[in-house]
Design a protein around this ligand. Structure first.
Ligand code: NAP
Length: 314
C-alpha cells in the first residue's frame, strides 16, 4: 500500500464543508484527497429530519444527505480515506500530514473542515453516567428511553429539536434551561410549547446526576434554581445535554491562529487562515450560523480559494 501521497488539496473532515470543498476541488481537476475523521459525515449523521437544506420539497434524513454528498464527491473524482489525521505541519510548503494508518500526505494546500463536537456540563456525575442515561445525542440514544421520563438541558435549537424528537419515545420530556427564555427559532419554540408531552423548567441548572450502581443507571437528577439556589430532585432515567458545541481544532493548536474559544480565524469574506494555502470552512471557523448550508457554502469558497492559491503559487 502506498503510504506517501502528494496532492494539490488535502481536505480534512467529511461534513457538508468538507464534501462541498471536495466536489468543487475535484471539478477543478485538483484531484483532492479527503480524510474523513472519526465520524464520517459529521454532525448531520446524528440528526434525523432535515427540512432546511434547500433543494428538497420533502423532509430528508441527515445521514442520507451526507451519503449523497459523499457519493457526489466520489463521482467527480475525490480520493476518500476513512482515516484520522493525527499530525499536521504547516512549517514548510507543501504542507505535511500523517494519518493513524500511516498515510503521509504532502499537500500544496489544506482545507480544514473538522467541524465541532458536543459540549458537556462537566460535572463529576455526568462522566459517571455517560452512556448509562446521560447522552449528548437524542437521535442516537432516544430510542432506548421508550415510555420513560427524560430531561433535556439547553435553550438553543438543538435542545428544542432534541426535546421534540424525544417525544417519539419518552412518556415525558422536561426541558431545563438556565434562563427564562429560549434562544431557539420561534417556530421551534411554538412546537415545543404546544407539545403535550413537554414541560419546561426555567432558571435551573443541573447540579448532579444520581442513579443506581448495579447495573449503573440514572434515575434522578438534582437541579438548582439559579435565582434562589433552591435545589430539587426530579425523577428521570435519561438526560440529554444540548448546550452547544466546541470546534474540533485540537490538532491545530499553536499552529494556526484561533480565537479565545478555539475557532479558527479566517480573513473577512474568505476562508483563508493566517497561513497562506491553508483554508478553514464550516463549524470549525463559524460560531454564528453553524448550518449545513452555510458550511457547504464555505466549503465551496475554500475550494475556489485553494484553486486560485495553487494557480498563483505553483
Ligand atoms: P446554542 O444555540 O449555542 O445554544 C446552547 C444553549 O445551551 C443555550 O441556550 C445556552 O444557554 C445553553 N448552555 C450553554 N452552556 C450551558 C451550560 N454550561 N449549562 C446550561 N446551559 C448551557 O447551541 P445549539 O442549540 O447547539 O445550536 C448551535 C447552532 O446550530 C445555532 O446557531 C443553531 O441555530 C444551529 N442549529 C440549527 C438547527 C436547525 O436549523 N434546524 C438545529 C440545531 C442547531 P443561554 O441561552 O443562556 O446562553
Amino acid at each position: 500500500m502506498k503510504t506517501k501521497i502528494e496532492t494539490n488539496v488535502l481536505i480534512i473532515g467529511s461534513g457538508p464543508a468538507g464534501y462541498t470543498a471536495a466536489i468543487y476541488a475535484a471539478r477543478a481537476n485538483l484531484k483532492p484527497h479527503l480524510v474523513s475523521g472519526l465520524e464520517p459525515g459529521g454532525q448531520l449523521t446524528i440528526t434525523t429530519d432535515v427540512e432546511n437544506y434547500p433543494g428538497f420539497g420533502d423532509v430528508i434524513q441527515g445521514p442520507w444527505l451526507m451519503e449523497q454528498m459523499k457519493e457526489q464527491a466520489l463521482k467527480v473524482g475525490t480520493e476518500f480515506h476513512h482515516d484520522i489525521i493525527n499530525k499536521v505541519s504547516f512549517d514548510n510548503n507543501p504542507f505535511s500530514a500523517v494519518t493513524d494508518s500511516g498515510l503521509e500526505f504532502s499537500a500544496k494546500s489544506i482545507i480544514i473542515a473538522t467541524g465541532a463536537q458536543a459540549r458537556w456540563l462537566n460535572i463529576e456525575s455526568e462522566n459517571k453516567f455517560k452512556g448509562f442515561g446521560v447522552s449528548a445525542c437524542a437521535t442516537c440514544d432516544g430510542f432506548f428511553f421508550k415510555d420513560q421520563n427524560v430531561i433535556v438541558v439547553g435553550g438553543g435549537n438543538s435542545a428544542v429539536e432534541e426535546s421534540l424528537y424525544l417525544t417519539n419515545f419518552a412518556s415525558k420530556v422536561t426541558l431545563i434551561h438556565r434562563r427564562d427564555s429560549l434562544r431557539a427559532e420561534k417556530i421551534l419554540q411554538e412546537r415545543l410549547f404546544n407539545h403535550p408531552k413537554i414541560d419546561v423548567i426555567w432558571n435551573h441548572t443541573v447540579d448532579e446526576f444520581i442513579g443506581s450502581e448495579e447495573p449503573l443507571s440514572l434515575n434522578k437528577i438534582k437541579i438548582k434554581n439559579v435565582k434562589d439556589n433552591n435545589e430539587k430532585i426530579m425523577e428521570a432515567t435519561g438526560a440529554f445535554i444540548a448546550i452547544g458545541h466546541d470546534p474540533s481544532t485540537y490538532l491545530f493548536k499553536n499552529k494556526i491562529e484561533m480565537d479565545s474559544e478555539n475557532y479558527i480565524i479566517t480573513k473577512s469574506d474568505s476562508t483563508e487562515t493566517n497561513i497562506k494555502g491553508v483554508f478553514a470552512a464550516g463549524d470549525v471557523k463559524d460560531k454564528i450560523y453553524r448550518q449545513a448550508v452555510t458550511a457547504a457554502g464555505m466549503g465551496c469558497m475554500a475550494a475556489l480559494e485553494s484553486e486560485k492559491y495553487i494557480a498563483e503559487n505553483y
